[in-house]
Structures are given as C-alpha cells and as structure tokens.
Design a protein around this ligand. Structure first.
Ligand code: SF4
Length: 657
C-alpha cells in the first residue's frame, strides 16, 4: 500500500507533481534525506524531544513499521486515559503518525510540535487583519489540519481537537545547560535523540514550549477551495494519484525556482533525471536548447514572475524593456529595475563581460579610510537556550574571520575567532576579540549583507539586559554602537561613528557580472569575478596565499585560488575540504546547495553537529578546520572583489602580497 501521509500532503501543498518524483532513486533530489540532519540544519531537532518531556506519562510507540504502530495505537486507545507519542492512524489509503496524542474519555487532543517561535497565546495570532490564515502560519496549519482530518475519519467515535506546540519566544530557560541534555547519538548508522539522565523537573519548569489550540483556524482552512477542490476531495484525489503512481501535471510557476527536483544535469554527472526538466518539457514543449536560456526565474528580485509565467513569457528572449520599465531611483548607481533589465539585456545579447560603474566605485573607494577591514560572522540560533535566563532562538555568534588590506595593497588574514565547546555561550568573547582587532586604527570596516549588523545589535541587547556581572559591558556596548547601525524595525537609536560598509549594497549598485545569473550571494559573485578579472587571475593563479613572502594566512599554505578546468575558474569553495565527511553524498550536496541560497547554512549545521552530536575527536577537529577555512575564504572573497574593483578602475597598482 502506498499510503498518503502528512509528509506527502506537505509536499503536495508545495506542488502536487512532486508526489510523482519523490522517493524515486532515478530522480535528483536536493532535499536533505536524513530527517535528523534536516532538523539540525533548521535548528530544531531538540524541540520534539523536549515536548515529550512535558508529557511525563506518554508512551512511545517505537516500531517504525506503520501497520504494527497502527495496531499498537488501537490497543492503547482502549484505555480511558492515555498519552501516546508517534501514534499512527489509518483510513483507507491515508496514514498519519502524530507527535503527541492525549486521550481523555472520548476526547482526543492532537499536538503537532514545531520548531517555530510564537509570541502570542491565541490562535488569532496566526491570522491576518482580514481574518485569513497568515502566510507565515499556513504550512503549519495545513500540516495539523490534515492530521485532524484523517484522525476524524479513522476514529469517528472520538472528538478531535488540534493544537500546535510552539517555542514560546517570551519564555526563558529555567536552568543552565538545558540544550546539552538533548543530544544526537548514532546507533547502527541511524541517529536518535538521547535525553540525559540528569534532566530534572527544574529543567522543565516553567515550560519554554506553548500549546495553542487551532481548531477554528483548521475550520477556516477546511472551508477554503484548493485548486477548485473542496479540502476532502482534494486529499482523496492526491491520495488516489499517489497510490496509482500517476503524475499530476502542474502549471510551471515561480515555485519551480526552488524545486528540489531542479538540479542542473552536470551536478549529478548526468546520471540522474531532472524532474524540473520533465515538467517543463511536458508542459511547455521545451527542448534542450530552450533550457540553455535564462528565464524570469533567474531575474534578481523580480516580483511578478508568476504573471510572466502564466503569459508564457518565460525566457529572456520573450521579454522586452517595456516589461521591466527600468527607471532610476535618484540614488548613485543602478536602481533595482535598471539592474533587472541589465541582466535580461546582457543575457539576450550574450554579453559575458561584467558591468562596473567605475565613477561611483571610485568615489566610494576614495571615501574609505585605510587599512580596510573585512569581517564575516558565522552564527546559529538554537531553539533551546544555553544558559538560564536566555530566550529561545537567541543568536549565537561563534566565529569570525578578519582580513586587512593596507593602503599599499598588502593583504593579510589578520585574525579569527571560533568557539565550538559544547554548552559555551561565546557571544561576548567573540565581540571582545573583534573589538581588540579593530582597536588599532580607524580603518573602514566591511561586511557582506546585513547579517553582521543584525547580530551585533542583538548582542548589544543581550549585554544590556544580562543580569550577570560583565566588567567590560559598557565598553562592549560602546564598541558595537561605534560600528553597527541601529535596526530600523527596533526601537534603537544611537549615532555610529565608524559605520560598517555593506559590500553587498555596493555590488548591487555598481557591479553586475552576467556569470552570476542574477544572484548577488558571495558564493556566486566570487567565482564570477575570479573568472572575469584578469588581475585576480594573474595574482591568485600563483600559490601565493599562505606562502612564505606571499599573503599571510591562518589556515592555508601555498594555495592557488585560480584553478581552471575547461577554460573556467573552478569555484574556490569547491577547493575546500568537505565540511561533513560523515554524511551521505546526497545530503552533503544538499547542505552545500542550501548554503548557496542561505549563506552560512552549512557553517550553522556544522556548529549544531559540534554542539549536539557525539562525534569522535578526529571528526570534530576536521570540522573545526573546515569551518576556519570556509570563514577565511568568505573574508578573502570580499578582499578579492575589492581588488577586482581597484584593478578595474585603475586607482593604483595593488601589490601581490
Ligand atoms: S518543477 Fe515545478 S511543476 Fe515540476 S515538480 Fe517542481 S515545482 Fe512542480
């Protein structure tokens, strides 16, 4: 029996065609297969285990066999009162496995546990002002509503209430070290969560998870039409197609951009089939040549993709300037729509040379103070706090890298910080070290994107409200206020004397390389710039990085960054050692792919493994070494982009060292 489960329903809500590709080994799939690793990457694997601790009488239905679990569930439900973990309910070809079920007489309470924070106590917090389900909460409601529907069909003798069990962001950890009491262990190659014997009642009081009844919101959801179907008819149709392994054809839409079955053939060595190609070939009649062209899915920050898709104006060659209507926005450099049209226009004309706004770049560079400092943070947001009094999902800054470039063009990897000791809260030490590093001069500090600024502001807040004795609290706060801008969405106000410069914003305004295909992520801009800059090619094709008399490095020796294959520079990130040698090839590729979209995702996953998984010392050391190299390359990448700009506008020669 091919049961239609809640994970299949979730997949179908993204796109029903995915049901056909899922689970088939011949199709490339960019999703992480190991659910524990997936949860680790999303920072939430501990929440499910913690939730169970709040139901001390709960009985775990351990068998992974669905039929046996369904039979065991039936048996247990014969008792008047019982709490079950992983209870299984079947109805026809539907099957759901539930996080927590509490039976009291003929009342069944379903609790779906989610590693998602909430700051409200009533389900109305999940609605928009108009009373509809908010897009933020929709996928959680869909999940629990589906379960409620199937249980109600399977057990008409019960009245079913549905609850979401969420992380209460207004709560604080009652004790120190709570998150170290839920660890991942591997047995016979499989991961499971192990709860420490030292877990006490005090650890669980007050609770940091909150159950919110969502029955009314489920009713709203049931009343909606899905693709012109009533909810129950839609579920029946999906389950029927799935059981017969019949493909449901969907119209190509903007969601295809992030479809897990969309992998370039070369990434799988041509061995695996691409669901994306099959979908689009079937629906649009596309041939291999059509797939060579860029599409509206690639256009940076284009908000009307679906409109173009439904009009069947998908490839760059289908678009005209009038579709984008580029216009300046009164600020220096190229405006958003101008950049979009530039991308399409250069793509249509097959131009490969990058665009530089030399005049504005020169003006910006002349406003900077040397030496220049390039910094990059690696961070994490564990659901369960490290220390008593800390809130769930408080940011943890565990690593930075720092490159310096002098006025004479001399580059050096000046410093780094990393803290991976399990249970250590590293934020203040990390900021302290950064302050020490930047104290020697008043050179301009660079970041890439808003991340570093946001984290510094969050740590300032932590410093201000932390009840522990921090002797240099005022100094640390003053340092943060000197380089970080107050966040506009928070009630913060101070004057920044040495504000960090966001290199990403400068890229967006003054630099476009067609090889990035519209992505401004450092993971795309660096390889593109290395390919197009003759200066970088000449300098970094030599093994000067980390070489004696070359560029000082803390983690590399005699490294050449320009290594060509088939006339193209290999992405430097692909020259780095594997971050996780113990994961499957597919899962490793999935994490690295995720990292390209969500910069820092791979480092965060590595940090969570180092914090919460029992790993042999050798694996820990390898992971730490890889983290140091990745972070160093991130700040070196910023330096290289700066060097390419300098060479491009010929402000002054840049030394090779
Ligand atoms: S490529 Fe698009 S239509 Fe095909 S499965 Fe993915 S999201 Fe659905």
């Amino acid at each position: 029996m091919r049961y239609f489960t809640k994970s299949k329903f979730k997949l179908a809500t993204e796109c029903p065609t995915k049901l056909f590709y899922t689970g088939k080994a011949e199709y490339a799939n960019a999703k992480i297969e190991d659910s524990f690793l997936q949860n680790l990457a999303e920072g939430g694997f501990q929440v499910g285990a913690l939730a169970r601790c709040y139901f001390p009488d709960g009985i775990l239905i351990e068998t992974p066999n669905d039929e046996a679990a369904a039979t065991a569930t039936e048996q247990y439900l014969k008792a008047d009162n019982v709490t079950l973990f992983e209870a299984v309910f079947k109805f026809e070809n539907f099957l759901v496995r539930c996080d927590v079920i509490v039976k009291d007489g003929n009342q069944l309470d379903l609790f779906e546990v989610k590693a998602k924070s909430c700051g409200f106590t009533e389900e109305s917090g999940m609605l928009t002002q108009k009373g509809t389900i908010s897009s933020d909460w929709r996928k959680y409601i869909e999940d629990v509503a589906f379960q409620k529907h199937i249980i109600s069909l399977a057990r008409t003798d019960f009245s079913v209430r549905a609850h979401l069990m969420l992380v209460d962001k207004t709560s604080v950890a009652p004790t120190d070290g709570l998150n170290q009491k839920f660890r991942l262990v591997r047995e016979e190659g499989k991961r499971r969560v192990q709860i420490a014997d030292t877990l006490t009642k005090a650890d669980l009081t007050p609770q940091i998870l909150r159950a919110i009844n969502v029955d009314e919101t489920c009713e709203k959801y049931f009343a909606e039409l899905i693709n012109d179907y009533r909810f129950d008819d839609y579920c029946a149709m999906l389950a029927d197609s799935y059981s017969r392994d019949e493909k449901i054809i969907s119209e190509p839409r903007s969601v295809c951009k992030d479809c897990e079955f969309r992998l370039a053939n070369d990434e799988t060595g041509g061995k695996l089939r691409s669901g994306f190609r099959e979908c689009w070939s079937h629906t649009l009649g596309w041939t291999d040549a059509d797939f060579e062209e860029s599409t509206v899915l690639d256009v940076w920050d284009l908000r009307s993709k679906d409109k173009f898709m439904s009009d069947r104006r998908i490839k760059f060659s289908d678009l005209t300037e009038d579709d984008i209507k580029p216009k300046p926005d009164g600020k220096p450099g190229i405006a958003r729509t101008e950049r979009q049209w530039m991308q399409i226009d250069l793509g249509q004309r097959r131009v490969v040379e990058p665009f530089y706004d030399r005049q504005n770049l020169e003006r910006e560079i002349k406003s900077w103070t040397f030496p220049l400092h390039f910094i990059d943070f690696e961070t994490s947001m564990p659901a369960i706090p490290f220390k008593e009094g800390r809130r769930p999902y408080e940011g943890v800054l565990f690593q930075f890298s720092h490159h310096i470039v002098g006025e004479d063009g001399v580059v050096k990897h000046a410093a780094e910080f990393i803290s991976i000791e399990p249970g250590t809260f590293p934020n203040y030490d990390c900021v302290r070290e950064l302050m020490r590093q930047l104290a020697n001069d008043d050179g301009t500090v660079f970041r890439y994107a808003a991340h570093e600024n946001s984290y510094l502001c969050a740590i300032r807040e932590q410093l201000l409200r932390d009840p522990i004795d921090i002797p240099d609290r005022a100094e640390l706060v003053a340092f943060i206020e000197s380089i970080a801008n107050p966040r506009k969405d928070k009630d913060e106000a101070w004057t920044t004397s040495r504000p960090m410069v966001d290199l990403l914003e400068l890229v967006k305004r003054y630099h476009y390389d067609p090889a990035t295909n519209g992505s401004n992520s450092l993971k795309y801009v660096l390889p593109a710039t290395l390919n197009s800059s003759e200066f970088l090619k000449a300098k970094y094709s030599q093994p000067v990085y980390g070489a004696e008399g070359g560029i000082p490095s803390r983690n590399f020796t005699n490294q050449a960054w320009v290594v060509e294959k088939d006339g193209c520079v290999i992405d430097p990130y692909k020259l780095l050692p594997m971050m996780f040698a113990d994961e499957s090839e597919n899962d490793y590729a999935a994490i690295m792919e995720m990292d390209k979209i969500k910069d820092g995702g791979a480092a965060m996953t590595a940090y969570c493994k180092l914090q919460f998984e029992d790993l042999p010392a050798e694996a820990r050391n390898q992971m730490k070494a890889a983290l140091l190299k990745y972070c160093e390359l991130d700040t070196l990448a910023m330096v290289m982009i700066y060097e390419a700009w300098m060479a491009e506008i010929s402000l002054k020669p840049t030394k090779s060292g």
